[in-house]
Write a new protein. Structure first.
Length: 436
């Protein structure tokens, strides 16, 4: 009996105009966005390789003099970060290092491009915003439409278990949705295989599989949500409004409100305040430096080294304090936004790819470690060598950063809980439906 009901729902869903429209729209959007993302990342990789050669030649030409002007390091690129941007956004970045100043990003000199005003949909957006909308819309009328037409009353007048009807509608509606997601994902992979010139996804099959499973889980949550709204409403129009309202709240309202509340409840010091504190540290150093006139000549070196270390320690403590404040605000915002399945799915997806919130801190810490290596290299190595400066290029410590993928099991568990909650409400509402 269950198989018969599932077959009936499958036939109705596959034959509906809503399914065909959604399938064609999703496939077109995925293919267009995928091709544009491939071309864009191909360009970024070509530019990245060119800049690396330019910066390497600059190191070889300048030698020891480069220490005063600064060293530019290009941050490594990975294809998945280009297709699934998260907290780091567009990742074609370079960072400059000097002895006196902390690492800072090198801005682009290309100016504003027209496409910046109308950015391409990333796969993060398509998987976490667009596809959940399609899932909810496909499910919103599965139950209430039959209530409105009276066919549900006829079916339930027979000896058909109500739980069978719910499961049949869920499986009969979700399997076509799974088909849409599979075809769209395969289409993008084929595009990458055919169009990519400067990169490939070889060796990242496990990440791709986990990303796909995350998208499937998020779709199941929104499909169950749409089915829940359909079971609670008696008219398709009401179900449509309720489904769209829920999707808007989960996708935009809750994430924005959570971030706003985190900024309000755990505010960060302004850039002006941090700058003033650093200026005060510098003024204190200058005042202590003036005391050198009252000392003997042999005391100057140890004293300057001492107050220099004290200033560096105060800067380090100030930076650590600001980093802790920022971490607290990010943690609070993340907890507040987790009442939305879209937020949980986005966190899970970006952590898998390596563009999540925590990854930005990993990158910052790696840059600071390299800066310390850079200064140590200058003091210990450059200061005692007088050979040809071209040796410098091969002896310079390489910049390394490990931004791997991780599976946020708590996000995964939260999505499963959303699914269970919506399923329970759906079953209870459907079981209480009175046939009159």
């Amino acid at each position: 009996m269950l198989a018969t009901l599932i077959s009936k729902e499958l036939a109705e869903t596959l034959g509906s105009t809503k399914f065909r429209t959604g399938a064609v729209s999703c496939l077109v959007l995925f293919l267009i966005s995928g091709s544009l993302l491939i071309l864009d990342f191909d360009h970024q990789m070509a530019e990245y390789n060119t800049k690396r050669l330019v910066h390497q030649k600059l190191i070889e030409q300048e030698g020891k003099d480069l220490m005063g002007y600064g060293l530019v390091q290009d941050l490594p690129l990975t294809p998945l970060q280009g297709f699934f941007p998260g907290a780091q956004g567009r990742i074609s970045k370079a960072v400059s290092f000097t002895l006196s100043y902390e690492p800072e990003q090198v801005g682009s000199v290309e100016g504003l491009k027209v496409e910046k005003l109308f950015p391409t949909f990333s796969l993060t957006f398509l998987f976490t915003i667009l596809m959940p909308l399609v899932a909810a819309l496909l499910a919103h009328g599965l139950i209430c439409r039959e209530k409105q037409q009276g066919t549900l009353r006829l079916i339930m007048a027979n000896s058909v278990p109500r739980s069978y009807l719910v499961w049949a509608k869920w499986l009969g509606g979700f399997l076509p949705l799974f088909l849409i997601l599979s075809v769209c994902s395969l289409g993008v992979l084929v595009e990458i295989r055919l169009m990519a010139r400067n990169f490939s996804l070889a060796g990242q099959e496990s990440q791709l599989l986990l990303i796909f499973l995350t998208a499937v889980l998020l779709l199941s949550v929104f499909f169950t949500f749409g089915l829940m709204v359909s079971s609670l409403c008696h008219h398709s129009a009401n179900a449509l409004v309720g489904t769209l309202a829920g999707w808007l709240a989960f996708s935009f309202l809750v994430p924005s409100l959570g971030a706003y509340l985190a900024e309000t409840w755990s505010p960060l010091p302004s850039v002006h305040e941090i700058t003033n504190q650093k200026l005060q540290i510098a003024r204190n150093y200058d005042e202590k430096e003036h005391a050198i006139s009252h000392m003997r000549l042999e005391e100057w070196g140890p004293y300057l080294e001492k107050i220099g270390k004290e200033m560096d320690e105060e800067h380090r403590k100030l930076d650590e304090w600001f980093a802790q404040q920022l971490s607290n605000q990010v943690r609070l915002a993340r907890h507040l936004t987790l009442i939305s399945p879209v937020s949980a799915g986005t966190y899970l997806l970006t952590d898998l790819v390596g563009t999540g919130i925590n990854k930005e801190q990993v990158l910052v810490q790696a840059l600071r470690r390299y800066w310390e290596q850079f200064k140590h290299f200058h003091i210990v190595e450059i200061g005692r060598r007088t050979v040809d400066p071209q040796w410098y290029a091969s002896h310079l410590p390489p910049f390394r950063v490990s931004i791997g993928s991780e599976i946020g099991l708590h996000y995964f568990a939260l999505l499963v809980l959303f699914n269970i909650l919506f399923s329970i409400i759906t079953h209870r509402a459907f079981l209480r439906y009175e046939v009159v």
